[in-house]
Write a protein that binds this ligand. Structure first.
Ligand code: GLN
Length: 265
């Protein structure tokens, strides 16, 4: 009986101890002391940290067979390890990531996600761990040579991304076709349904390498910071993630991971 009670206590405490890992449990479980919580951490199996992503965005997140790989996936695994958690990846449309984080279905969103003023109204962002650039892909030999040439042209984007938001602002919503995956926008470009695709530079390079007859314009459309989205007000997790990012940056892990996927130019 004592054993059972102890087990129940351990389970109850671990909900509290792993508030950073397991997303939505009752976080006000009681007044356990730090020591008790730490003792439990030693006993307890590793808890889970859930990452919402859109695994169609190479080299940041994509699938090799059934396996999730990419820069964000590897950095997230390292963060989870720093926090003593297992990483669970929930693959979804890019457009659903912030909603899922706010609903508590995921603990954080990581998907080459750009920090924007509008998103900051909905979620908190970690420190930035990478820079992104919005690039323009066209068919080789296209008359579109600079961003200004996009005026009046048909532009393909990935739904809900900064490419979508900026191009609607600059060139009018009626000229922008939104696809749920960047790869589908690229197919539409090949098929002549759109004249250009605006998408982040590294996925752009991956898509151009995987398809013939496409090129990336030399002029960047926008430069941005990638960061991890966390539910607004979850400062405990935000601090832990920022601390982990700092450690991983200082010990060279982030550079090593990025270097594995992106060759220096
Ligand atoms: N960086 C872009 C954004 O945050 C695109 C991200 C993505 O498609 N995964 O909107």
């Amino acid at each position: 009986m004592k054993k059972i009670l102890a087990l129940i206590l351990v389970l109850a405490l671990s909900v509290f101890a792993f508030a950073a890992c397991s997303s939505d449990k009752d976080e006000n479980k009681g007044a356990q002391t730090e020591n008790e919580v730490e003792a439990v951490q030693d006993d307890k199996e590793t808890a889970t940290l859930k990452m919402a992503t859109n695994a169609a965005f190479p080299p940041y997140e994509y699938k090799e067979g059934e396996k999730f790989v990419g820069i964000d996936v590897e950095i997230a695994r390292e963060i989870a390890a720093e926090l003593g958690c297992e990483l669970e990846i929930i693959d979804m449309e890019f457009d659903s990531i912030i909603t899922s984080v706010n609903a508590g279905e995921a603990d954080f969103g990581m998907a080459g996600m750009t920090v924007t003023e509008d998103r900051l109204k909905e979620v908190d962002f970690s420190d930035s761990y990478a820079t992104g650039v919005q690039s323009i892909i066209v068919k080789s030999g296209s008359t579109i040579k600079t961003p200004d040439d996009l005026a009046g042209k048909k532009i393909g984007v990935q739904l809900g991304t900064t490419g979508d938001i900026y191009s609607c602002d600059d060139f009018g919503e009626e000229n922008v076709t939104k696809f749920s995956k960047g790869a589908d926008a690229v197919l539409a470009l090949k098929g002549g349904e759109v004249d250009a695709v605006i998408i982040d530079n590294e996925p752009a390079k991956a898509f151009v390498a995987a398809n013939t007859g496409l090129e990336i314009l030399g002029t960047d459309y926008a430069v941005e910071d990638y960061a991890i989205a966390i539910k607004k007000g979850n400062t405990e997790l935000l601090t832990k993630i920022n601390d982990a990012l700092e450690t991983l940056s200082e010990n060279g892990t982030i550079d090593t991971i990025i270097g594995k996927y992106i060759s220096a130019e």
